[in-house]
Design a protein around this ligand. Sequence first.
Ligand code: 6MZ
Length: 368
Amino acid sequence: MERNVLNYCRILPKVELHAHLSGSISEKTMIKLIKLKTDKNPDWQLSHADWQFHLKAVKGKSLEDVFLIFQLIQEISDSEEAAYVACKDVISEFAADNVKYLELRTTPRCIPKTGMTRRSYIESVLRAISECHSSDLGIEIRLLLAIDRRTSVKDAMEIVELAVEFMMKSGLVVGLDLSGDPTVNDASDFLPVLIKAKSAGLRLALHLAEVPDKAQETLPLLELPPDRLGHGTFLHKGDQSENMVGLVKKHKVPIEICVTSNLITSTVSKVEDLHFQYWYDRKHPVIICTDDKGVFSCSLSEEFALIAEAFKLSEQQLYDLSYDAIDYIFAGDDIKNKLQNEWKVFHSRHSPEFGDECLQSAPDAKSE
Ligand code: 6MZ
């Protein structure tokens, strides 16, 4: 059997730190959710086939199309039960891909027609997480609540209050994400909200410089500083790039890089053009992530393999990338230590430049 980088990436234990719940829902789960919705709402006009047609029509064309897909997915996951089902499936799929620690992020939604409130949405997601912890999936999960940049500052403040409450109550909510269509509104409007969140003990993972020419909103947010940064594709390019790069370096803010997401939304045209090389060469912390594995039809193993092939990384370098990401999780030191030990056991069993024998016993995530 020929040595295959993807097989190594599959058996490698991994942490996933940038995964949006709705965007991570697989097609298999979408079918389940459509059935659930149709059973509960016989008057829901969109048939399964129609819905798939809509999904395919917008799939993978541009950033704008991707944000249309999120709306379609949110339409079929608009109840507490759907949120619970979606969350359980997403977690199981990450676990099957050898993800040992997952930080999911999601925007709490309030849907009066199904009786779902932001609070009950969060409770459904947390119920799914707790049940996965009690099962034998072998994955640790934490939750970030997301603020969609289209939302009002007032609503964003309510999400922070909920995040603080659930952080205290459950210990499973560990931070806040700022996301949404990067071309709309000014993310720095949320500065007071983010300052409040940070001072209450929430960790911040902010989408910044995902598209070009965003220095004006990015610079004040980098001063916070955030604990991690999503995408950051254009930090080192264009106007004020020196200032942005300077702040990211000064505060050592780790960068979450989502390869397939960048390709499909055309923020880069090929893997080799990713900002990975820029930051990796400077020994700045980078974390490989999926972003929206359902919408982009990818897995974390495949994202690692794309990086490995494009930047000619060895198995040892892939292992180090995965191991180093543990430093940037938002869970406590007990979890970090547990994960680091698990990685070391893997390393001792599979010396990075291992032979074909080990590969033959690699679990095939695709077959799960
Ligand atoms: C910015 C993104 C995103 O919250 O309903 N989201 N925001 N850039 C991206 N890159 C492509 N991918 C996903 O998951 C869906 C929501 O996550 C954010 C968007 O706000 C989207 O509506 P939840 O679980």
